[in-house]
Design a binder for this molecule. Structure first.
Ligand code: PSU
Ligand code: MN
Length: 309
């Protein structure tokens, strides 16, 4: 008994010829960005991976099949605001497959399916983490635990600044996840290049990151790597601009008693989009493309290391 799995022929060919492959998530398409920029961005991210010399594999569940690498029509359907697309994490992935339903995969669910298909590197925007007020709400994203148990390298722009970044880093440390910031010592905060936290580790080359991933495998350690890639400076929104906007968005979320669970992050992202008059989306797109580029380079370096045994 195996999982209903469709791997795009281009991705199958990449495996057969030892070409680098980069996994991409679909929650950012279905629940993370407004239409039609969500679809345009998804296409651009795939193009960026290609231009950097790797093969993109956007991951989703389509009619109950785990799908690794999407056709353009399926990509557009996932981005259709009228389509009924679930938000999938570890908790509801199996049920969506069993019900033959459609679902967009979060970081956690994308990691599970990427690993199933044999993909080692994955680019996203920002991971889920510990929400502010988690000491009351217990809202901690399943992305963190997934990073501790599934061997996929996730390239993000840090944790979204709507989260409690110090607590997110604490939990990652507790779970034993290697957290490495690319090219700077400060941990980035998604829309901003810097948070108030120092990064647990820094790497200045993608080879260094690939070597660390290889060494984890040789040690037999379970779990992935979290690579934090700061947003390009020209597209960042500085922390002091974001702070009051995030506070307002969180206040708006709290004043809606029905808002909870998986709906929280999409609500906050949408509210911040409105409050920044679209600037947050421009930043979000820029950082995702930047992460796609870095992920493709890491995937290439991993293949080179494989060749060296
Ligand atoms: N990065 C983005 N936009 C997003 C997300 C990441 O730029 O919408 C998604 C990811 O799929 C991540 C999810 O796994 O938000 C976290 O959701 P939650 O906090 O409910 O675990
Ligand atoms: Mn949550």
């Amino acid at each position: 008994m195996t999982v209903p799995l469709d791997i795009h022929p281009e991705v199958v060919e990449a495996f057969a010829t030892a070409k680098p492959v980069v996994a991409l998530e679909s929650t950012i398409i279905s629940h993370g960005m407004p239409h039609p920029m969500n679809i345009e961005t998804a296409r651009k991210v795939e193009d960026t991976v290609r231009e950097t010399g790797a093969i993109p594999a956007t991951i989703a569940v389509l009619k109950g099949r785990a799908t690794i690498g999407l056709s353009d029509a399926n990509l557009a359907r996932l981005g259709d605001p009228d389509a009924q697309i679930q938000k999938l994490s570890r908790t509801n992935l199996a049920a969506c497959l069993a019900d033959q339903a459609d679902g967009a995969t979060t970081v956690a669910a994308t990691m599970i399916l990427a690993h199933l298909a044999g993909i080692r590197v994955f680019a996203t925007g920002g991971i889920g983490g510990v929400h502010r007020g988690a000491e009351q709400s217990f809202d901690i994203s399943a992305d963190l635990r997934e990073l501790s148990q599934t061997p996929v390298c996730v390239v993000c722009a840090g944790a979204k600044a709507i989260l409690d970044i110090p607590k997110t880093l604490e939990v990652l440390e507790t779970l034993g996840v290697p957290v490495v910031t690319f090219g700077q010592t400060d941990f980035p905060a998604f829309w901003s290049q810097k948070s108030t936290e120092r990064s647990p580790a820094t790497a200045n080359t993608t080879q260094q990151i690939a070597q660390s991933i290889h060494m984890c495998a040789r040690l037999g350690l379970t779990g992935g790597h979290l690579i934090a890639n700061p947003i390009p400076p020209e597209d960042e929104i500085p922390g002091h601009v974001m702070t009051p906007i995030i506070a307002q968005a969180i206040k708006d979320a709290e004043s809606d008693p029905g808002l909870e669970g998986p709906a929280v992050t999409p609500f906050l992202l949408q509210r911040i989009f409105e409050l920044t008059e679209g600037r947050s989306l421009t930043s979000n797109i820029s950082l995702v493309l930047n992460n796609a580029r870095l992920a493709a380079k890491i995937a290439k370096d991993l293949i080179d290391l494989d060749g060296k045994g």
